[in-house]
Design a protein around this ligand. Structure first.
Ligand SMILES: [Fe+2]
Length: 280
């Protein structure tokens, strides 16, 4: 199966909603795709990405239409195979958006200001490993994307690749929902599996666990999708999520992969060893 996934819509500014907590007042131009697989923070981990795609292909073999695939930013950084990961992302027709590591790879000032010294060291080495074609591809990525009533952004909606969901207090989350025109926003960056729901004016924190999350009809969501290539949720398997419009669910997939090989690639390609150790 080879999923067709044309690039999504790049977005400009979005108007704030009149009030957070109300059912969404805007009509949606089109329904979202039936299923979307969201791959966040691959971080140049080719072994994890290959395992995730194999898992998705097996899962989707029984579906009547292929899923759309979205790479939710930070496809590069930390890992040993940034070029090969970008090749695979493109070969699979994944729609991709900008993460903070792509932004840092393209902008030396951002590298100095937005990264601590260890991640900056990894990013400098990553920059040396990227080809001109890779850089050209990264420079064309949008900072967010919309498919129907789903939004995709690396950090926080509407289009911030740098801010962490996990650092937002309730007031900041309510403000984020007020600036979110879509019903569901998928975010990465934090490398964990949690989120927030706004329903009936009430904000609830949630975790994405073993059971699929059933979306409330009147609920609006910001959901953190974990990480394919650098998990930080206490489970060393690669994670991705699948949105299914049929059942209105979001399910986490946890995939074992060859961690030893990925760790070896980090060290052998001259990246800091601490990012190899952290895979375990
Ligand atoms: Fe990341």
């Amino acid at each position: 199966m080879s999923p067709a996934a044309p690039p999504g819509d790049a977005n400009g500014s979005v108007p704030p909603l009149a009030a957070a907590g109300l059912p969404h007042p805007l009509p949606f131009a089109a329904p979202p795709p039936r299923r979307v697989a969201v791959l966040a923070d691959i971080h140049a981990n080719l072994q994890a990405l290959a395992a995730v795609l194999a898992d998705l292909d097996a899962l989707a073999a029984g579906w009547d239409e292929p899923p759309r695939l979205v790479a939710l930013g930070d496809m590069i950084g930390y890992g040993g195979d940034p070029g090969a990961v970008l090749d695979l992302v493109r070969a699979r027709g994944m729609a991709a958006i900008l993460g903070n590591h792509e932004k840092g790879a393209l902008d030396a000032a951002c590298r100095r200001q937005c990264f601590h010294i260890q991640s900056r060291e990894a990013l400098e080495r990553t920059c040396e490993l990227l080809s001109g074609a890779d850089r050209k591809y990264l420079s064309g990525l949008p900072s967010s994307m919309v498919l129907g009533d789903l939004r995709f952004v690396h950090g926080m909606p509407p289009d911030d690749p740098l801010t962490y969901f996990i650092t937002r207090d309730d007031e900041e989350l309510l403000a984020a929902f007020a600036d979110l025109p879509e019903r569901v926003c998928f975010v990465g960056h934090s490398h964990v599996l949690d989120g927030a729901c706004l329903s009936g004016g009430r904000l609830t924190r949630l975790e994405l666990g073993d059971e699929p999350l059933c979306l409330e009809q009147a609920g609006r969501y910001i959901l953190c999708c974990g990480s394919v290539g650098q998990p930080r949720d206490g489970d060393n398997r690669a994670k991705y999520v699948v949105y299914d419009r049929t059942g209105e669910t979001v399910a986490v997939r946890r995939v074992a992969y060859d961690i030893a090989r990925a760790a070896d690639r980090i060290v052998s390609r001259g990246l800091p060893e601490r990012y190899a150790k952290r895979l375990w």
